[in-house]
Design a protein around this ligand. Structure first.
Ligand SMILES: Cc1cc2nc3c(=O)[nH]c(=O)nc-3n(C[C@H](O)[C@H](O)[C@H](O)COP(=O)(O)O)c2cc1C
Length: 158
């Protein structure tokens, strides 16, 4: 019952970019929220077993990419470690560029937020990485509707 109830919580759905040295990754994530105005802090909950966890810990930053509702198929492509083609600048075939902290941004993202990790909070199976917003930009029209969990048949959490 606890799981079913927790699954009813509304969430956004994002792709998180991470990088340590030459290793880059992108991962589908819904555990994301702003946690403070001043400084502007965001938190994301990342499984300790995920490659993304290792890269954020090592690299000290991440990008949060929002995705257009029209592009919902993207999030299915980032549920396991990606194939990186550095020459072509693609992650699982999706073009990317490096954001200001070095962590990748999907060219197809509606917008991106680059954060530097200020506080990793140990939460058991996950770490809640609290990061400060150091840069952000829209790549599509500001009123583009962004993807939410309810637009998909997926769930996570519970
Ligand atoms: C809809 C959906 C939401 C997800 N949300 C999260 C999340 O908030 N945090 C997390 O650590 N993994 C989440 N995952 C799981 C990761 O996408 C998945 O474990 C991925 O394989 C881990 O990525 P990595 O090993 O490539 O870094 C979610 C998966 C799906 C399908």
């Amino acid at each position: 019952m606890r799981r079913r109830l927790l699954w009813t919580m509304p969430y956004g759905l994002y792709v998180v970019g991470s990088r340590h040295g030459d290793r880059r990754n992108a991962m589908t994530l819904n555990f994301a929220t702003q946690v403070s105005f001043e400084p502007k802090l965001l938190g994301i909950g990342v499984e300790k077993t995920a490659l993304t966890h290792e890269l954020i810990e090592g690299g000290g930053s991440f990008t949060l990419n929002t995705v257009s509702r029209e592009d919902r198929a993207i999030v299915r492509k980032f549920t396991k470690p990606v194939e990186v083609d550095e020459a072509a600048s693609t992650l699982n075939g999706f073009p990317f560029h490096d954001g200001p902290t070095g962590a990748p941004v999907l060219d197809q993202a509606t917008a991106w937020i680059a954060c530097e990790v200020r506080q990793p909070v140990d939460c058991g199976g996950h770490t809640f990485f609290i990061g400060e917003v150091v840069a952000c930009a829209f790549q599509q029209a500001e009123d583009t509707p962004v993807l939410r969990m309810e637009d998909t048949r997926m769930s996570y959490g519970g």
